[in-house]
Design a protein around this ligand. Structure first.
Ligand code: 1HN
Length: 358
């Protein structure tokens, strides 16, 4: 407003009365409430696997896992988010560590979750009584309200990346939690879960056996399939059929085999492969994401900041922050998760690619 006089006593009195009645005028706050473009508090940040893993190992020697705490999970707390255990305003990311023979007890919660395995094996996560093997490169789903517990069947520890929509569920006041039985329902160790045996056949959907809930019925997406899909995209590019591939950059979304939509309703999960020395276009999007380097090394250009990355490193990208990824000699395999499905469902999604008009 251009006509107000801040020292007008009647206006001061009006503001004091607003305060007394729990009212706040828009005209003094428009820039905060309606900025011209997103102004995230979260910052772009990198956590090095070389720091994360030894800290997880130390937790393993000092902190038991069991009923109450439930998980030995260490959250990646975004330095811009005031001490909250949130990687971004909508996403939770953690490194979880399970020692030899340990059990993380059964429970369920409204929040959607997944695990992505950088290295190791020997843990089974039991999801709604279905034992699911966890191995390098696998994405394992624990959709909202699914029972789940994990157990390590070996004499070696295992660590992995957890992703959840905890901050989103918290801000919506939508979170419920329930403890399960003290022991896991099924400690068997099949190579494939029942969910995979039913649903993981390309483009074949069982006639009986309806999928339940707004999420994929598949409990696991195996590395052999993800790797084959990425390899095929790059081979097609080599053969001159470049349609599906952005120069030297193959990518897949982990999809619900029934709907073709996202595997989880609130979190998009993707795998990317950049050829040696390939660069992505500089892109910014509404919504935040978290990346983990699965293999290789390179750099992320985040706004005007360049961040080197190596195997296992985790990077957060706040909303509307320009990102360009450059692969080094080894190429780069990257896992990514984001809140894109939320933005798309709510009509907030926007993307801007450098050099293209919006
Ligand atoms: C949870 O259930 C897991 O199941 C991981 O591994 C992290 C963080 C907060 C609440 C529940 C898991 C979690 C969690």
């Amino acid at each position: 407003m251009t006509t107000q006089h801040h020292d007008d006593p009647a206006l001061q009195e009006l503001y004091a009365d607003f305060e007394q009645h729990n009212l706040l005028p828009l005209w003094t706050q428009r820039e905060d409430l309606m900025p011209l473009v997103p102004t995230p508090s979260a910052v772009a940040h990198r956590w090095r696997w070389a720091d994360l893993y030894p800290l997880a190992v130390r937790s393993g020697t000092l902190v038991p896992v069991g009923r109450g705490g439930e998980r030995r999970a260490i959250a990646l707390a975004n330095p811009g988010l005031a001490g909250e255990p949130h990687a971004t305003p909508t996403l939770w990311a953690a490194i979880q560590y399970l020692g030899p023979g340990e059990v993380a007890p059964d429970h369920r919660h409204s929040q959607n979750a997944f695990r992505f395995v950088l290295e190791g094996e020997g843990v089974w996560t039991v999801v709604n009584s279905d034992p699911v093997r966890m191995s390098r490169g696998d994405l394992l789903l624990t959709p909202g309200w699914a029972w789940h517990g994990h157990h390590n069947t070996t004499d070696q520890p295992m660590a992995w990346l957890d992703g959840l929509d905890i901050p989103l569920a918290s801000c919506l006041d939508a979170n419920f939690f329930e403890f399960g039985p003290d022991d896991l329902v099924d400690r068997s160790t099949p190579r494939l879960s029942r969910a995979e045996r039913l649903w993981a056949h390309p483009a074949l959907r069982p006639v009986q056996g309806a999928a339940k809930g707004p999420h994929s019925p598949l409990a696991a997406y195996r590395w052999e399939h993800t790797d084959a899909a990425l390899r095929a995209q790059l081979e097609l590019e080599d053969e001159g059929h470049s349609g599906a591939v952005e120069a030297g950059h193959a990518a897949v979304i982990f999809a619900d085999p029934v709907t073709g939509g996202d595997a989880l309703p609130t979190i998009r999960t993707e795998m990317h492969r950049l050829r040696p020395h390939a660069n992505t276009a500089r892109t910014r999007e509404v919504g935040s994401s978290v990346w983990q380097v699965f293999d290789g090394s390179g750099e992320f250009l985040l706004g005007d900041q360049a961040v080197g990355v190596e195997r296992g490193d985790v990077v957060t990208v706040p909303s509307w922050t320009p990102v360009q990824i450059n692969a080094a000699d080894s190429g780069l395999d990257l896992f990514r998760f984001s809140d894109t499905p939320v933005m798309e469902k709510l009509g907030y999604a926007r993307q801007q690619v450098a050099g293209e008009t919006e």
